[in-house]
Write a protein that binds this ligand. Structure first.
Ligand code: ZN
Length: 239
């Protein structure tokens, strides 16, 4: 499996997997738990308002009987209904810190997950419960929270602070890396402005990207990437 992409083929799916797919505009991903052959338990919007017009266009699924107009909250559908035509990915757990930063948000967690039967059991219990997974909220109680809860027994809202600080760290890392590209570009195309721009950027940025990675490797207990050299090799292969 690559450092960057978690894309998998459906023939490699295993029962209890946390799977997801990116939607059209890519900033949104839909998550669920693959429970058995061609069956996924996932969490959809509980609020019917505002989506009725869009949903009317999708017919009832001939394969699994899923009717988007009727079934809300925690649902069980076929894989095709879950994917809605988009590509299939598998969510990663116990990802090392530095690898977490290189991944897109909503594709992995540093957390440990329970064994597949526990995930299937939690998903099934929520599917059969009258309350389901409660009221849908895009930021605090969404399909990703549902799948992570099934895998780990923990609710993401408890972790929202660390998620926010991680987002800030990623932004910082990307800024550090891209500012070097920007300076290279400006040096060629607008050399008069280069020194001024470099001074400003140096004031803004205190830690180079590689140092952030090195610190994270030290902080991380995972011995998979022990040295900077190994990490560089991995990055060279994967990026
Ligand atoms: Zn279906």
């Amino acid at each position: 499996m690559g450092l960057i992409s978690n894309r998998i083929h459906r023939s490699n799916l295993q029962e209890g997997d946390h799977i997801y797919s990116f939607r059209k505009w890519k900033s949104y991903s839909h998550h669920g738990i693959f429970v058995e052959a061609d069956k996924v338990i996932h969490y959809t919007k509980t609020n019917k308002e505002g989506t009725a017009n869009k949903l009317r266009r999708k017919p009832v699924c001939k394969n699994c009987g899923y009717d988007r107009k009727v079934h809300r909250g925690v649902v069980i559908t076929c894989l095709d209904c879950f994917l809605s035509g988009y590509e299939l990915y598998r969510f990663d757990y116990q990802v090392p810190y530095h690898q977490f930063l290189l991944k897109r948000s909503g594709t992995c967690s540093t957390g440990r997950c329970d064994d597949p039967p526990a995930a299937i059991s939690r998903a099934t219990a929520l599917l059969n419960s009258d309350h389901g997974f409660g009221d849908y909220n895009l930021l605090e109680n969404n399909c990703e929270c549902f799948a992570i809860y099934c895998k780990t027994g923990k609710h993401m809202s408890e972790q929202s602070c660390s998620a926010k600080s991680t987002a800030r760290a990623v932004a910082q890392a990307i800024l550090d890396q891209n500012s070097g590209r920007l300076l290279d570009d400006v040096r060629v195309h607008d050399p008069d402005n280069y020194t001024n721009l470099k001074e400003k950027i140096d004031q803004l940025i205190t830690l180079p990207f590689k140092e952030i990675i090195a610190i994270l490797i030290k902080l991380n207990k995972n011995e998979e990437f022990e040295t900077m050299e190994e990490t560089k090799n991995h990055l060279a292969q994967e990026v």
